[in-house]
Each structure stands twice: as structure tokens, then as C-alpha cells.
Design a binder for this molecule. Structure first.
Ligand code: NAD
Length: 417
């Protein structure tokens, strides 16, 4: 941070993932408050940083600070962001930006009312070095227009690891069709590299597997993987895969009119491949190159950060946006585009994979059509709005699964239902 600049006072909500954003002095932030309803963990974190602890979000918002980072539950970010704007704060929000269309509408309106407040969507995967390199190459124009893409976020874990991250039968990780809703880590890179947005989606799932202990020995009752087939606004098609399939990895593949950009599936972390066809490549340019690119800036600091450097750049761009007064690339509307792709892909899954348009909440006329649309697979939602959480209907938990989950929850200090 340049010496003359005053630090940006920031508060963080959620002391799980939120811890990533607490140590950000080198980027110009000063942590001043933390908020969580899990008191034991809250006080541990507040003590570590010597900052004020709040269990009540409304009280937290009264704290003297300019910015808040929302790392609370996946499906509760939008109402928290709306309140933060009303309190005059800049907002960086973890994924998703909204969980229902109605929430997305309310968020877009609150953002526009707040006028000069910054919203940064904290989608970090686009900022991995190879994704930033693909963006640089794509925007040079040398490869021509984006035609077809694939991106993946495949994340299997043993049941006990999953249980320790999803304490409580109705924790969002236990009911969210996350192969579909958790699409921003794969869709984000495609949008960032190609500057396109998804306009239509077909959703598919790989159903829950009653014979796989990594799913059954816990409280999860959602399908194991999801695929979004997206039509982008330039006519390109992108296949977006996420889920708990075996074969952990992230992947991005961008086919363009005059070449291919992709991250390598093996052969060392962070490698990518650039391919041009021999009959049309410029003279002197190699047919194919495989290399591990540096970050375009701040390589050393980013290399030390989590999620392939992505965690450095979300905070970096948030600080830049606040200081310059210009919204970041990963702005509110792109956060909504990515999040709504998941919302409408789930509707597609439930409609035998029929295509659904992804509404553009930049337009108030479009927003009006969705302002009362509260449908969600959240089991706690009021009945008229409840959708199933699996394509197989309601997945019954087994006594053995619940017993294992309770044991794993207790091991991390959770003793509730
Ligand atoms: N971008 C990434 O790489 C990445 C990685 C992990 C998690 N995440 C996201 O971060 C968010 C948090 O995930 P997590 O892994 O920490 O798990 P989590 O969702 O279980 O943790 C959220 C925390 O928020 C607290 N909380 C819930 N309601 C609250 C309220 N009303 N007021 C104050 N605090 C409240 C909970 O007690 C918990 O400590 C999720 O949206 C998740 O998708 C993103």
C-alpha cells in the first residue's frame, strides 16, 4: 500500500472462509470488526486480531468502517449486501451473489440506490495465473472469436471432510444442488477470459449415489455433479461442470476461431497449452506451446495466496475499486449473471433439461418480472416456493449417515441438530 494512503477499514462476516480476508494489510485494508453467530469461533478470531466481535449483523454494520466482506452462508449473501449498502458500506461478497431471482432484483436495486458504493463479487478462480494469461491472449485478438468452452470444478472429498464443513442437517452444503448452483468457479473463468455472459442454460445432473459412502455417510441429500450447457451472448457454447466426481481438478478450455487456449490437466500445476493449426498460424509462431505463466502483476505476492493466487486478486481488485471509485470487472451484474445461471440451470434440471433464459438484471423491465420469484431448494423455505434438492426427489438420510455426521460435527465443536 502506498504510504500516503489511509487504510480501508473493513469488517468481515463469517469466520470460516472469512479468515482469508482478515490479513489484508499488504493490500491496504485494516480489519476492525468481525461478525459471526458461532460465538466460540467468533471470539477466537476477534481475539487473534484484536478487533471488535459482533454476533448481530445489524450492530456490526454500525461499526465505523468503509467496507464489509460477506463470507456468511452461500444462500444468504444478497440480503446481507442490501443491508450493507443501506448502511453506506462497500461490499465484497462471496459466491453466490443471490440465491433467488427476487433476491437478485432487490440487490441490483439496492446497489443502484447506493450509487457510489463498490460491489466486488469475490469469485476468485478467474484470477488464477493461467486464466489471467488466457484473458490476456484472448483480448489480443490474435485468436479470433470465442466459439466453444469447457470449464470444471471437480471437488470430491471423503464423507468426514464434507461433514466437518457442513455442520447441521440443514446447513446449505447438505441441501444445495451445488453441482448446479456452485457454478461460479467454472463459469467465472469463461466469462472473464472471453468477456461474454451466459444468456440461456440447460442443466443436467449426475444423480445421488446410494452406494457411495462418500455421499451416504453424512447429511447430504443432493446429486453428485451438475453440468450447465450455456449459450453465451456471442453465440458461443460453454459446458460448465462441477461436483464430487472422482478426479479432483479445475480446468478451463477456450476454443477460438483461430486457436485453442486451455489449462493442462496434468504435467505440473499451473501449466497451460496454446495451440494453433499449422495451416493458418502466422509464420514464426509455434504450432503449440505448453508453459506455466506468471501472474500479469504482483506475481510473488499472488503465488503465496490461496486458490492459485485468486484470493490475492479479489482483495486487490476490491481495494483498487474503492480507491479509484470505479466498479471492478467482477462487478455486481456479472456476479448476478453467474449466480442466476445456477438458479435457472436448476429449473432446467427439474424440467428435464429444457432451456431457460438467464435474465439480465441490468434492466429494470426484466427485473420486474422476477421481483416475487422466491423459488429455492432450501428445505426451510415456505411451501409454495420449495423445490426438490435432488432430481431423485427427497433423499432419505440413514441412521448410520446421521450418526457419522454428528460425530464429525462434534469433532469441530458443533453440537446442534
Ligand atoms: N471462493 C472460494 O474459493 C470459497 C471457498 C470456501 C467458501 N466460499 C464461500 O464462502 C462462504 C462461507 O463458506 P464457509 O466455507 O466459511 O462455510 P459456512 O457457510 O459454513 O460458514 C459461514 C459462516 O458464517 C456464519 N454465519 C451464518 N449466518 C450468520 C449470520 N446471520 N450472522 C453472522 N454470521 C453468520 C456461520 O456461523 C459460519 O461461521 C460461502 O458462500 C462459500 O460458498 C468460497
Amino acid at each position: 500500500m502506498p504510504a500516503a494512503l489511509a487504510p480501508i477499514r473493513v469488517g468481515v462476516v463469517g469466520v470460516g472462509r472469512g479468515r482469508t480476508f482478515m490479513n489484508a494489510r499488504h493490500l491496504g485494508f485494516q480489519l476492525v470488526a468481525v461478525c459471526d453467530t458461532w460465538e466460540e469461533k467468533l471470539h477466537e478470531e476477534a481475539g487473534r486480531w484484536g478487533v471488535t466481535a459482533y454476533t448481530d449483523y445489524d450492530r456490526f454494520l454500525e461499526h465505523d468502517m468503509e467496507a464489509v466482506v460477506l463470507a456468511n452462508y452461500f444462500h444468504e449473501h444478497a440480503p446481507f449486501a442490501v443491508k450493507a449498502f443501506a448502511a453506506g458500506k462497500h461490499v465484497m461478497s462471496e459466491c453466490a451473489a443471490c440465491h433467488t431471482p427476487a433476491e437478485g432484483v432487490a440487490l441490483a436495486r439496492a446497489f443502484e440506490q447506493a450509487r457510489d458504493r463498490i460491489y466486488m463479487f469475490a469469485e476468485n478462480y478467474p484470477f488464477m495465473a493461467y486464466n489471467q494469461e488466457m484473458r490476456r491472449l484472448y483480448s489480443s485478438g490474435d485468436f479470433g472469436e470465442f466459439k466453444y468452452g469447457e470449464a470444471e470444478y471437480v471437488h470430491p472429498d471423503p464423507a468426514s471432510v464434507k461433514n466437518s464443513r457442513s455442520c447441521g442437517v440443514n446447513h446449505w452444503r447438505n441441501w444445495l444442488p451445488w453441482g448446479i448452483y456452485y457454478c461460479t468457479h467454472a463459469l467465472g473463468p469463461v466469462m472473464y477470459i472471453t468477456d461474454t455472459r451466459p444468456v440461456k442454460v440447460n442443466g443436467f445432473v449426475v444423480p445421488y449415489d446410494y452406494t457411495d459412502a462418500s455421499h451416504t455417510l453424512g447429511a447430504r441429500r443432493t446429486d453428485i455433479a451438475g453440468i450447465l450447457m450455456c449459450r453465451m451472448d456471442n453465440g458461443a457454447v460453454a459446458k460448465i461442470l462441477q461436483g464430487a466426481l472422482r478426479g479432483h481438478g479445475n480446468y478451463t478450455r477456450i476454443h477460438c476461431q483461430r486457436g485453442l487456449l486451455e489449462s493442462c490437466r496434468h504435467g505440473g500445476d499451473g501449466q497451460m497449452r496454446v495451440r494453433r493449426e499449422p495451416w493458418e498460424k502466422p509464420e514464426g509462431v509455434p504450432n503449440e506451446v505448453v508453459y506455466a505463466p506468471d501472474f500479469p502483476q504482483h506475481h510473488r505476492e499472488a503465488t503465496a495466496a490461496g486458490h492459485g493466487g485468486g484470493d490475492f486478486f479479489t482483495l486487490f481488485h476490491f481495494a483498487e475499486a474503492i480507491r479509484s471509485g470505479r466498479q471492478p470487472w467482477m462487478n455486481l451484474y456479472r456476479g448476478l449473471d453467474m449466480s442466476l445461471a445456477g438458479v435457472f440451470a436448476w429449473r432446467s434440471v427439474l424440467a428435464d433439461s429444457a432451456p431457460f433464459e438467464i435474465p439480465d438484471f441490468r434492466q429494470e423491465a426484466v427485473r420486474r418480472q422476477f421481483e416475487n420469484d422466491h423459488y429455492t431448494p432450501n428445505p426451510l423455505a415456505p411451501e409454495p416456493y420449495r423445490q426438490p434438492a435432488s432430481i431423485l426427489g427427497d433423499i432419505e438420510l440413514t441412521p448410520a449417515g446421521l450418526a457419522q455426521a454428528r460425530q464429525d460435527w462434534a469433532a469441530v465443536g458443533y453440537h446442534g441438530e
